[in-house]
Ligand binder design. Structure first.
Ligand code: ADP
Ligand code: ZN
Ligand code: ZN
Length: 739
């Protein structure tokens, strides 16, 4: 017998699996996932490795195959479980074992850039000033200098303090010990409770919350592990339910992973978990350096953490005894990885939970078609939470037909209804959110006479106009000056086609000169923390109107917002993607849910050119069931997921001709492998963007009711590509049920 062994990739950067002979005495004991000691390299150094598979035949020269030395003392451990998960991911999503392992295992990285440190003043102005006088009296000049600077700016860069203010580390440490300041690394959320568990506010659960909690607890105590889906409107108290479920498993000595999309992972949310679980909570986010992330993973592995909160990658937290995985906002597309293996966190979480005897809780106000489909089929337990926990009313929704506005002579981007409601809210000093599904100053440039659209010469996407008079490509950064004459027909009627957030900001400012307007989009949030700052300013009511893109509809609670305007609701409706209806419904529902989170009732205005589209109608009526019914019929009719499974075979190459040829062979091979089996092969076609940075792209879709059939075809394709040298320059990737 032989074993496939992957050398610990944290010790050796090896993109390869090695085969070893299994000595007889180990044969009975050895299992995939076990940690083993093997001789390695010329000197037969003893090194750690993990068994990824066992087989009876060997692919290499038998005389050169070495024996496994021993099974490591620790036997099957946390890593082994993750390796088994990686093997499953490789099988189900494609790619190499190494790619899967790199996704799953915490890998220590060399810290390049040092983490930026900051000093934070912990005293209020008054106490701080007293302290300053004290230092001055004692003639402690350095301390006084630092104190004065902190009173000026309570958050100072460490570097600035040491270099410009010429303050030594000893002085900083002394003030830290006196409780005057805290040294914190910029990337980390400071632990707001400093390790002390705070008194929780006692809340009385609603009947819907209680039912979910009771069912979970009784299942858990009876050893039942399964997947639950909480379909609960925003504010129905899902997070409270998650926390109570987590408490249940933590009391049993288990740990929990909470996945939250990065954009919704706010300070307030983390605070709620800290309040309940104290410093047994850790977080993972992109603001942490690689080293800090690794440290958090190691803390979890050592049993110092009970709850890990983070985006997709936190799913692989190496907990010793995983009890529960929560996925909040489970419908979010960010749960699908865009790198090989292109795994979906929902499916992978369910697999990991199965392997480790844990439960899974999914939550959303607008569950994905996949999740609801499985719940309807009885694969998940469904909890409906229809009421807001604090009895707030749902927003009243107006749908405005923009075609009619035009007929009535209103050519503004703001409809009559929206304008009136805005006037009313400004008068009452209530806040307004205007949501646009688009970034930048403007959309694309097109010619009104001939229809020509200015595109990036490398990426075949339209260029966007920026304030500085340049047109830029949002993929590769190509830029050129704005054209004033149509390069195609010479017409002067060439210009920006659709409004962007900046233009809306201008229009709103012109229409309501007294209003204070904030804008949030890719351009205004490029700087670090800008995102949080804008939201905080709006929450503090430093502005009356917030104009923004997708990023403003998630997460934050703004109790004083009583009006949400959704401009150009259709923009997401006609993308070339079978999920566009679902996306639009989710976006509109979420945006409408932003209005009236406080004590006053809210209103939402949906401006659309397609008021009769079922996604728009269902969102306006806030009727998930109606939307789901229509949408699932469409998916079943067209054979789209979740009714059927879809595999995208993505091919890319710098040589277009070669790519076309390769795709032709790929398709022929797929058809041959498939034979008479019930699967449909579509394409090759150009994906939405068929060229990025001068690399051409094509896609072949395979549809089938059987996932296994698709993974089977994928396996055969992987082999085919490996042995055919024609594919050396063509990159082929697999994407199951692409988003
Ligand atoms: P969701 O996650 O569904 O959006 P949350 O759990 O965040 O809902 O609850 C919304 C708000 O209502 C939070 O401020 C929360 O503390 C509060 N809340 C939740 N459940 C209750 C309850 N049973 N009684 C009072 N307040 C509640
Ligand atoms: Zn033209
Ligand atoms: Zn480009």
């Amino acid at each position: 017998m032989f074993a496939d062994v992957i050398i610990d990739i944290r010790q050796e950067k090896l993109d390869k699996i090695f085969q070893y002979r299994i000595p007889e005495e180990l044969e009975a004991k050895l299992q995939p996932g076990m940690e083993v000691i093997v001789p390695f390299g010329k000197g037969n150094r003893e090194i750690k490795g993990y068994v990824t598979g066992i087989c009876e035949t060997c692919d290499y020269d038998l005389s050169k195959v070495k024996n496994i030395t021993a099974i490591s003392e620790s036997g099957v451990e946390i890593e082994a479980k993750l390796i088994a998960l990686a093997a499953w991911m490789r099988e189900n999503y494609g790619g190499t074992m190494i790619q899967a392992l790199k996704t799953v295992l915490p890998i220590k990285q060399k810290e390049n850039a040092r983490v930026k440190k900051r000093l934070r003043l912990l005293l209020d102005k008054e106490t701080g000033t007293r302290q300053l006088h004290y230092y001055l009296e004692k003639n402690q000049k350095a301390r006084a200098r630092l104190m004065a600077a902190l009173l000026d700016d309570p958050l100072l860069e460490y570097e600035l303090v040491t270099k410009k203010l010429n303050i030594t580390m000893q002085v900083i440490r002394a003030l830290e010990e006196q409780g005057v300041l805290a040294v914190e690394s910029e990337q980390v959320f400071r632990n707001p409770v400093k390790g002390e568990k705070q008194e929780e506010q006692r809340i009385v659960y609603t009947a819907e919350q209680q039912a979910a909690v009771d069912r979970f607890q009784s299942d858990y105590m009876n050893g039942i592990r399964q997947t639950y889906l909480i379909h609960g409107v925003t504010g129905s108290g899902k997070t409270e339910v998650y926390m109570e479920m987590i408490r249940t498993i933590v009391e049993q000595g288990k740990q929990a992973i909470v996945l939250i999309p990065e954009i919704a992972l706010t300070y307030q949310t983390v605070m709620r978990f800290y309040r309940k679980f104290g410093d047994r909570v850790s977080i993972m986010n992109s603001r942490l350096s690689a080293g800090e992330r690794y440290d958090q993973m190691m803390r979890a592995r050592a049993g110092k953490v009970d709850v890990m909160i983070g985006p997709r990658s936190a799913l692989f937290t190496p907990f010793p005894a995983l009890g529960l995985i929560v996925i909040d906002e489970e419908h979010e597309p960010t749960y699908k990885s865009e790198q090989t293996p292109r795994y979906h966190a929902r499916e992978t979480a369910i697999k990991r939970a199965q392997m480790e005897g844990a439960s899974v809780v999914l939550g959303s106000a607008t569950p994905s078609m996949e999740a609801m489909y499985r719940a309807e089929k009885g694969e998940y337990v469904l909890f409906e939470m229809k009421n807001r926990s604090r009895m707030q009313q749902m927003a009243q929704v107006y749908t405005v037909d923009m075609r009619e506005e035009l007929r009535n002579g209103n050519r503004s981007i703001l409809s009559g209804t929206l304008t009136e409601l805005m006037e009313d809210r400004l008068e009452k000093h209530e806040q307004i959110i205007l949501f646009l599904n688009r970034r930048g100053y403007s959309g694309f440039i097109s010619c009104r006479e001939c229809g020509y659209v200015v595109r990036c010469p490398h990426c075949s996407v339209s260029l966007s106009v920026h304030r500085d008079g340049m047109m830029r490509c949002h993929y590769c950064g190509y830029e050129q000056p704005k054209v004033t004459v149509c390069p195609e027909c010479g017409s002067r009627f060439i210009g920006e086609f659709r409004a962007g957030t900046q233009q809306i900001e201008d229009i709103v400012k012109a229409r309501f000169p007294g209003a204070r307007v904030l804008r949030m989009d890719m351009d205004t949030t490029r700087k670090k923390d800008a995102h949080e700052k804008i939201l905080a300013a709006f929450a503090n009511e430093e502005a009356d109107i917030l104009v923004g893109t997708q990023m403003i509809v998630k997460g934050h609670d703004f109790p004083n917002v009583t009006l949400v305007g959704i401009l150009a609701a259709d923009m997401s409706l006609y993308t070339d993607d079978y999920r566009s209806g679902e996306r639009t419904f989710q976006l509109l529902t979420q945006a409408a849910g932003r209005a009236g989170r406080g004590s006053r009732p809210g209103a939402a205005v949906i401006q659309t050119y397609s008021p009769d589209h079922y996604a728009v109608r269902a969102a306006a009526a806030q009727d998930y069931a109606a939307f789901y019914g229509e949408e699932i019929r469409y998916r079943e009719l067209m054979g789209y997921p979740p009714a059927e499974e879809l595999l995208a075979v993505l091919a890319s190459c710098e040589d277009e001709e070669l790519l076309e040829k390769g795709c032709h062979y790929l398709k022929e091979y797929i058809l041959r492998v498939k034979g008479n089996a019930p699967a449909e092969v579509i394409g090759p076609a150009s994906p939405g963007i068929d060229r990025i940075k001068d690399v051409y792209r094509r896609v072949i879709y395979i549809k089938s009711a059987e996932y296994k059939m698709l993974t089977g075809i994928k396996d055969r394709l992987e082999q085919y590509i490996e042995i055919n040298s024609g594919f050396n320059t063509i990159r082929v990737q697999f994407d199951f049920n692409p988003m």
